[in-house]
Design a protein around this ligand. Structure first.
Ligand code: BTN
Length: 239
């Protein structure tokens, strides 16, 4: 798939920018920015986007991907996982993984987030935006130090952001061609959530249980009250 790349020095949010392009009818575009003044995270949170990180969004046609937004999220997270693993020192290669639904975390030994993914759909104009933020060489502010980590802190060097970006795009293009079984198998292999006792927080409730299955639509927990299937929520690893 041919993707046109637009590189900006600074923008409010690459997701917002792609949204504008999407409404104008553009497709198959990747917008990457050195900094974002108003980076958006999941559940309306802010995504801190200072210089040194990778912040980009991929704009795709929804018709081509209908019914498979969950799949696109999985392809995004497995591609980030595979890209970053190559940059980690040997002793940390087993520490990286995917936390449901699509955070990339590293056990340091405390689990910290290195990448977040935000996908957004526009049904009227039929496009999807997959926004990815990866902490590469950027400074992690003190108030996030317990929960976030950069690649530079892990491999103790200044990393080439554009090399990482281009390796990601290659992985992403390759993974886009995989069938559901292969994608799910990879996701399961890279998951740090499966088999764990977790708490999933939804707008309506908090559910605790052991995660035993994850698919494009959500997560299955074995709880004291039986099996629960939860489409969206914030997942916290308890043990
Ligand atoms: C999350 O909360 O985990 C998702 C974070 C997604 C951040 C990325 S950075 C590039 C793109 N532009 C945005 O405004 N957000 C996404």
């Amino acid at each position: 798939m041919d993707l046109k790349i637009i590189h900006l020095k600074e923008i409010d949010s690459t997701n917002r920018y792609c949204y504008k392009l999407g409404r104008e009818g553009k497709r198959n575009v990747v917008v990457i920015a050195d900094m974002q003044s108003a980076g958006v995270g999941r559940l309306g949170r802010r995504w801190y986007s200072n210089y040194g990180g990778l912040y980009f969004s991929i704009l795709l046609d929804l018709e081509d991907r209908e019914g498979s937004i969950g799949k696109l999220n999985f392809i995004g997270s497995i591609s980030v996982y595979e890209t970053l693993t190559d940059y980690l020192p040997g002793d940390l290669k087993n520490s990286i993984g995917i936390k449901f639904p699509n955070d990339i975390i590293v056990s340091t030994p405390r689990e910290k987030k290195i990448c977040g993914i935000l996908s957004e759909i526009n049904w009227d104009h039929k496009f999807v935006v997959l926004g990815i933020g990866i902490n590469i060489n950027n400074y992690i502010p003190e108030d996030l130090g317990d929960t976030a980590v950069s690649l530079r802190e892990l491999n103790r060097r200044e990393n080439n952001r554009f090399e990482i970006f281009s390796r990601f795009l290659n992985r992403f293009r390759d993974n886009l061609h995989l069938g559901d079984r292969e994608i799910l198998k990879k996701y399961e292999r890279y998951s740090k959530t499966l088999g764990r006792y977790v708490k999933v927080i939804t707008p309506r409730e908090e559910i605790k249980g052991t995660a035993f299955k994850i698919d494009y639509g959500g997560i299955y927990l074995s709880t004291l009250e039986g099996i629960r299937y939860i489409p969206v929520g914030d997942c916290i690893h308890l043990r």
